[in-house]
Write a protein that binds this ligand. Structure first.
Ligand code: AMP
Length: 299
């Protein structure tokens, strides 16, 4: 089943302890759609400026991602700069230039509005709400968010939480959102704000799932080759939603497998800068990791 993602498309600059790379293809919707495309037809909706290199769109097209919703407008593309510290788990955002993303007010094409699976990738909650308004038939609407929006758009965030089915966010964001230091409490407190399920991402330590009926933790796939963690969270979301859309249901059993697929997809992303790690991958490679992951978890 097709999956629509609305979020940022960016030029990222990334500093790791050993290397700095400038103007890389990035953005929440880019990592998400690339990851999801291994599982299901994926439609990307976003905006770029006139500095956008066409080869980036060609890379997405080559994976079969529908980029007809990627609009080019006058101005500069959203850009982000981040720095990772020694253990690659701690990241600092050095710069965020919203640029054309600041006025992003997407009008979805008719086909996109009829989607059943919708992902509101990281972006302003007001925009995420306007997209939700345009997709009244979505059976599964899941959002991601980050500290910037939790701090700057509390009211819109509260409304968004009441209207979505699922929320994906990282551990520090869950604490910020709920004021709870304990992650289990933070997960349940987030569910109490509205979503039917909440996934808290914990970087190399995996992810926690919360719903009214279930709480569990899944580990990350233990890769020793972490070059650049940027986009891991978005790739997790892409793998998870892609699998759900492929299966056409979001029963508890399917959701648990979807979290595992999200984890495995993200493990490829961190093995290279930008999409370098993920773009070498075939679906068979993901399945091979799934076999290893299953064996790892059986006891
Ligand atoms: P992740 O590593 O999964 O948290 O995602 C990093 C990606 O999110 C980068 O490619 C950034 O371009 C993008 N990003 C960073 N800050 C924001 C923001 N405030 N809104 C939307 N996207 C962002």
């Amino acid at each position: 089943m097709p999956l629509v993602v609305v979020g940022s498309v960016a030029l990222d600059s990334v500093e790791t302890p050993t290397e700095t790379r400038e103007n890389l293809l990035g953005g929440s919707a880019v990592f998400f759609s690339y990851a999801a495309s291994y599982f299901t037809p994926t439609w990307l909706v976003s905006v770029v400026g006139d500095d956008w290199p066409p080869e980036h769109t060609e890379l997405l097209d080559a994976r079969g991602i529908d980029t007809s919703g990627l609009k080019k407008v006058p101005g500069k593309t959203f850009s982000w700069r981040g720095r990772y510290y020694d253990d690659m788990n701690h990241r600092e955002t050095l710069e965020v230039n919203l640029n054309v993303f600041e006025d992003f007010d997407p009008t979805l094409a008719e086909a996109h509005c009829r989607c059943k699976y919708l992902f509101l990738a990281n972006g302003p909650p007001a925009v995420q709400l306007r997209v939700l308004d345009q997709c009244p038939g979505a059976q599964l609407a899941v959002a991601d968010t980050m500290d910037l929006w939790i701090k700057s758009s509390r009211d819109e965030m509260t409304e968004l939480l009441r209207r979505i089915d699922g929320l994906v966010l990282n551990d520090s964001e869950a604490k910020l959102l709920t004021g709870e230091e304990n992650l289990v409490r933070a997960g349940h407190a987030t569910c109490a704000l509205g979503p039917r399920f909440v996934v808290i991402k914990k970087g190399e330590h995996g992810a926690m799932f919360f719903s009214r009926h279930e709480t569990y933790v899944l580990p990350a796939y233990p890769t020793p080759n972490v070059l650049d963690p940027t986009g891991a969270g978005d790739s997790f979301g892409g793998g998870m939603m892609g699998y759900l859309a492929e299966q056409g249901n979001f029963e508890p059993k399917t959701l648990k497998k979807a979290l595992a697929y999200g984890m495995l997809t993200a493990s490829f992303t961190v093995e290279g800068f930008s999409l370098d790690g993920l773009k070498k991958v075939r679906r068979e490679d993901i399945e091979q990791r799934m076999d290893e992951y299953r064996k790892m978890l059986a006891f």
